[in-house]
Write a protein that binds this ligand. Structure first.
Ligand code: DX5
Ligand code: ZN
Length: 211
């Protein structure tokens, strides 16, 4: 069954403790945490100190999506703060192979993310150090954007590329019940969603609708 990872980017930032509890009760599989630096992407969110404060309020795995330049700078702090998965962007990591093995050395699962314009070939030689591939289905930086259809092809290709390996495919951006279906069909294992979980209605119904 496909896993659902709500992105707290669209949650009530003034009440995150409560939001985490609600998500757990509503059947979320993990919590997706979008870390943005205002440089790799044109937006700012939060960093390790906030994640550390959130950690005691949820039993779900923390899936940290680093949309930052020089991601290697933040790995140890993210691991200490309680990240279970740390995902870096292939476009931001100059020495991607080293960065991914450092994440594993810190005891976390290593994820690599691809912007919509980045071809999947760039990760071909690092697959031995990867636990998760995050395919961006919007240009990262903001919630509430429209799904980019061309990425369905990338999901299919990545699925073929990782055949026989224990690597999860996660998709992020513009996921709603329709696009969720398309992504699952193409090979996605984990769906990240912000707007379609938080914007209206009950979280539990919204999560069920995606699943
Ligand atoms: C975008 C973030 C996403 C975002 C998804 O840069 O990585 O995780 O919160 O939001 P929606 O589901 O609204 O597209
Ligand atoms: Zn994200």
């Amino acid at each position: 069954m496909v896993k659902i990872a709500p992105s707290i980017l669209s949650a009530d930032f003034a009440n995150l403790e409560n939001e985490l509890k609600l998500l757990e009760k509503s059947g979320a599989d993990m919590i997706h945490l979008d870390v943005m630096d205002g440089s790799f992407v044109p937006n700012l969110t939060f960093g390790a100190p906030v994640i550390k404060k959130l950690r005691p309020h949820s039993r779900l795995p923390f899936d940290v999506h680093l949309m930052v330049e020089h991601p290697e700078t933040f790995l140890a702090d993210m691991a200490k703060a309680g990240a279970d998965i740390i995902t870096v962007h292939a476009e931001a990591a100059a020495h991607l192979d080293r960065t991914l093995s450092e994440i594993r050395k810190l005891g976390c699962k290593a994820g690599v993310s691809l912007n919509p314009s980045t071809p999947e070939d760039v990760i071909e030689y690092v697959l031995g150090n990867v636990d998760l591939i995050l395919i961006m289905t919007v240009n990262p930086g903001f919630g509430g954007q429209s799904f980019i259809e061309s990425q369905l092809d990338k999901i299919t290709r990545v699925k073929q590329m990782i055949k026989g390996k224990e690597i999860a495919i996660e998709v992020d951006g513009g996921i709603n019940p329709q696009t969720a279906k398309q992504c699952k069909k193409a090979g996605a294992d984990i769906l990240v969603a912000g707007t379609s979980i938080f914007a209206m209605g009950e979280y539990q119904n919204n999560i069920n609708a995606l699943r």
